[in-house]
Design a protein around this ligand. Sequence first.
Ligand code: NAP
Ligand code: BGC
Ligand code: ZN
Length: 354
Amino acid sequence: MKAIGVTREGEGVERLDVARPEPAEGEALVRTLRVGVDGTDHEVLAGSHGGYPEDSDHMILGHEAVGVVEDGNGSGLEAGQVVVPTVRRKPNGETNEYFRRGEPDMAPDGEYVERGIVGDHGFMAEYFTSPADTLVPIPEELAEYGMLVEPISIAEKANDHAFSTRAPFEWRPESACVLGNGTLGLLTLWMLGREFDRTYCVGRRDRPDPTVDVIDELGATYVDSRETSVEDIPDAHEAVDYVFEATGYAPHAVQTVHALAPNGVGALLGIPGPWEFEIDGGALHKEIVLHNKCLIGTVNSHVKHFEAAVDTLAAMPDWLLDDLVTTVATPENVPAAFEDDDDQIKGVVEFDTL
Ligand code: NAP
Ligand code: BGC
Ligand code: ZN
């Protein structure tokens, strides 16, 4: 069957011809519809994140997928059901406390593999298999944009964890700022627009630009980080109650603290490689303590977040989904989905339709 991946010897994305997988007991066979490409895929391609499955000369890419159950294989899923797979799996099939309690997203390094990212094949192939409890059913009418459930689930988890840190007191947030105008940033900007009176989104692009158009359309304020550094947002606009970092630009981790209003919370999601820079550690420490600020890191998501993401996706307006998905490529024309120019927001590889 056709698959898209990387090889240890090769350079960049390649078309692969691999055997169609056989579902093991408890697994379903899924016919892939669409698979999205995100910033992490580019980090995997650049070699700054993730790694090959042991004993394999290649890795099939893709962790944002939607497909149709081809064979339920006695797993409880019915053929024809539209499903979205979660990303983390047990390392070498051996379970641990995080998987046992349904929270693989909280497992530390080494206690999980990630499909298409860390040590396991992804979903960018005509078929894939997966345990039934890692396949989240979605309504058929959401199939076209079902590959967005995974990135939305990432934001669901981050927001849940961040807001939970403010639960012990009466937090009355009004403003939020998303750092990053990639798909994760823009999906989250829409979500935060439902909860906050004022939203901001930080990028580094000149107008006209398709991501800035989306920011405008969402009624958010565009902040160009080349003109206004993140730590200067309080002077240029206002100190914000929530920062959602989705740039992978390491200095933003520190600048976030200075962009926050007293009692605010920042969630860091970017995954940079090594990056050295100078900071005033004392000022940072003092700022966090004296203003009750909180900075969290958050990665991955589990089934509960996927289920919340299905409802969120259902509520998203059609224009936003249409604007975000800028390329739908066939497996034959796959480089188009991985192009990373300013016209691209989300590239998608389509293997089949319902
Ligand atoms: P993406 O499409 O690459 O988006 C990143 C965006 O940040 C780009 O639009 C980029 O702008 C912008 N940016 C980078 N540096 C900037 C700066 N200094 N000032 C202003 N804007 C800047 O990636 P994505 O898929 O949205 O994901 C965002 C990050 O989150 C990535 O690092 C990804 O690995 C990570 N991520 C983490 C999780 C998790 O579970 N923690 C999940 C998904 C993604 P330009 O395009 O103009 O360069
Ligand atoms: C994926 C997550 C994954 C993270 C770290 C993200 O792009 O969406 O599922 O945990 O990368 O590898
Ligand atoms: Zn991702």
